[in-house]
Design a protein around this ligand. Sequence first.
Ligand SMILES: Nc1nc2c(ncn2[C@@H]2O[C@H](COP(=O)(O)OP(=O)(O)OP(=O)(O)O)[C@@H](O)[C@H]2O)c(=O)[nH]1
Ligand SMILES: [Mg+2]
Length: 207
Amino acid sequence: MSIVPFKQAKFIKSAVKSKDYPDLYTEDGKVMIEVAVAGRSNVGKSSLLNDLFGTRRLVKTSSTPGKTQIINFFTLDEQIGFVDLPGYGYAKVPLTVRKQWGPMVEAYFKNRPSLKLLLLLFDIRRVPNQDDLHMVEWAHYFDLPLILVFTKVDKVKQNEKAANTKKILKAFNVDNLHYVHYSVTKKIGRENLIKKISDELEGYDTA
Ligand SMILES: Nc1nc2c(ncn2[C@@H]2O[C@H](COP(=O)(O)OP(=O)(O)OP(=O)(O)O)[C@@H](O)[C@H]2O)c(=O)[nH]1
Ligand SMILES: [Mg+2]
């Protein structure tokens, strides 16, 4: 069972600095719990959010990596906040913007007590790099539960999917890492991810 219907998503605002983050409350006045989506540039963060929300263009996607450079806040069913974090690791993004990324994301983790879950997206065809490992370390440092989402699984064959999964989990070197395989194009993983998110957030006072 899902804790919310996953039906009605809204874009709230974009922000860089913590003073500009929105104060999000549920209808009955409780602080909304929040889920953030992180991962390398072009991994499919914005596409996954649209897929989860059942929207096509609410979250802006692009075939040009580095599209999302700011923190974008959404609400789902007036109950859960969702955040599309800017992707990391794209060399063609201007240096000034890349320099801003670390402090921006770190400040978000630090200054957002309502943040209760991180979805870390990872392309099933890649191997984790320093930035990816750093992201996992941050989640641990900030005591943030983490779900690893393998994206674009439509791009690999079944046996490759299994082999890559094993290899990537080993590289992340974290015990009991929850993970889900996902494909927006082939419609794989949505139900499973919703279930995992719901399980993770169930203890919090939402609905
Ligand atoms: N084949 C395939 N392509 C996908 C999938 N998900 C996303 N893509 C494509 O990957 C590209 C990047 O998707 P985005 O959702 O914009 O990626 P992002 O992580 O938000 O990128 P930044 O905002 O630049 O960090 C787009 O061309 C998408 O159509 C998937 O499941 N399968
Ligand atoms: Mg994006």
